[in-house]
Structure formats: C-alpha cells, structure tokens
Design a protein around this ligand. Structure first.
Ligand code: FES
Length: 99
C-alpha cells in the first residue's frame, strides 16, 4: 500500500480484513470515517490495474459513493468494500492525495 505521502508498505494481514481497516490501522492515510457503511468515501483507494478485476464487482451503492471521490480513476475502489482473500495475496493499492 502506498500512502498519500508516497510511502510504500507491505503488510501481512488476516483474510477477511478490509483494505480500509488495514490502511486505517496502519496509518496509511485512510480515514474510514463511516466504519464501512458506504457513506463517506474516505476509504478511497486506487487499485493497481493488474489487481483490479480480482477485487470483485462494484455495487451500485459503491459506484455512487465513488462518484463523490475527487480523484476517482477507472480502478478506484472503496477500501471498505474490498475484503482480503487468499486470491488477493499481493494486492497493491494507492491512497489518493484527496484524503
Ligand atoms: S469507510 Fe466510509 S465508505 Fe468506506
């Protein structure tokens, strides 16, 4: 995960944690103000294009909330909606400057 100040860190995490929880708890610049209930977009991350498909389908609610993110990109996700699985071992995301 790359933070807003350009620092890149790698984490060993438990399956089931969300990207928001990881980035918030590891002080990578993710706030996660709403706790994951899709009402804040302060968990916006930009997923590396090589990983984007594996993060799953974006729900209509997530899509609407992402539209409120200032720096939305084609590989943007809300970190609270991406749960770590064995298939996401190696997932690479960047926290945009907006947060
Ligand atoms: S933590 Fe609020 S939308 Fe993800």
């Amino acid at each position: 995960m790359t933070s807003t100040d350009g620092e890149t860190k790698t984490f060993n995490v438990n399956v089931g944690l969300t990207v928001m929880e990881i980035g918030r708890d590891e002080l990578m610049g993710i706030e996660g103000i709403c706790g994951g209930c899709l009402s804040c977009a302060t968990c916006h991350v930009i997923v590396d294009p090589d990983w984007f498909e594996r993060t799953g389908k974006i729900s209509d609610d997530e899509d609407e909330m992402l539209d409120m993110a200032a720096e939305r990109t084609p590989t943007s996700r809300l970190g609270c909606q991406v749960k770590m699985t064995d298939d996401l071992d190696g997932l690479t995301v960047t926290v945009p400057d907006e947060i």
